[in-house]
Design a protein around this ligand. Sequence first.
Ligand SMILES: *Cc1c(COP(=O)(O)O)cnc(C)c1O
Length: 426
Amino acid sequence: MSDFRMETKCVQSGWTPKKGEPRVLPIYQSTTFKYDTSDQMGRLFDLEDSGYFYTRLQNPTNDAVAAKICDMEGGVAAMLTSSGQAANFYAIMNICEAGDHIVCSSALYGGTYNLFAHTIRKMGVDATFVEPDVSEEELNKAFQENTKAVFGETISNPSLDVLDFDKFVKAAHDHGVPMIVDNTFATPINCRPFEWGVDIVTHSTTKYMDGHATCVGGAIVDSGNFDWEAQGDKFACLTQPDETYHGIIYTQKFGKAAYITKATAQLMRDLGSIQSPENAFLLNIGLETLHLRMARHCENALKVAKFLQGHEKVAWVHSPALEGDKNYELAQKYLPNGTCGVITFGLKGGRDASIKMMDSLKLIAIVTHVADARSCVLHPASHTHRQMNDQELMEAGVQPDLIRFSVGIENAEDIIDDLKQALENI
Ligand SMILES: *Cc1c(COP(=O)(O)O)cnc(C)c1O
């Protein structure tokens, strides 16, 4: 981790050119890398030397961007993935196998809920979902002998629940398992989960980190703090020999980088969900202004939330940044400088009014996206979450009339004017 402050890390971390090298991080648009002798290459395959040989495993552009995100989160090692979905899948499957179990907050992104409730279950990994406001006692009851991790989102998409880090981290550690947190909505600008004891952080870099809606991507960052060897039996995958690499033991050979090295050497090798170097290049440009954009997203979102709160046709507004919101206290504790640009609201006319209002918007677009520079709206019950039944929707904290509004970095008055005219139409 560098000693620079966050703004400097956003701009400068990851790529430090040497004499005569490009000032800007280049796109290493190459599948392969050259060596002089057969032995040099052989040592790479044995993980005896570090170096590039094939972009599915590592690429210099991707590594520089991963290093920047790692520095911003305050971790020890990081990797990029092709998407946020791949990041969360890898983060879990790196330490779970058939017969294992995870505990997760039910306030989750729809895709992550499907992944945990259905897809990994078919692979033999079970998930128990707990309400974000679960009591400590109930949370402890969710653990089993075979539990390997606890998972939550810093600010959940789209229910906007703020994770009670103290409660979830304590339960995870009391049961000898790591706490994994998806920090997509907060970004390291507004929250650094490692400072609250979280062990592993994931991101959909598709959202604020890219910030311009140009590329899908993900990242996994390890704090290096979880003591895998202290739980050696539970995490034999890290503390016992890997026969596919001549019996190396990840914790012995790679120390604090064991978890990310294993995820790269096994999961990325075998499943291959890499981020393209070109996307990593675009992501890096996005990261350079993340600190500026997050501040404006949060400022605009609060203005828009307050406008909606005062409008006669609006039934309810959620934003953890709004005083009186059920997540306000947690947001003040864990994200005192700002939360995110996403807010949710419902109209007095219910589901139909929500749809009519959205269809009347002119500046604000209906898109399946959040967290980019342009303001956009989505109706999860008819779009992202339409595969869920009503019970699953409620479990994920998504009311049927909920409009998810990703407030962009345009002029706040223009955003509000567009909302005003659309609300007049219903
Ligand atoms: C979008 C999102 C994901 C999935 O990321 P993709 O890049 O779309 O695969 C995961 N978690 C959260 C919180 C998200 O918002």
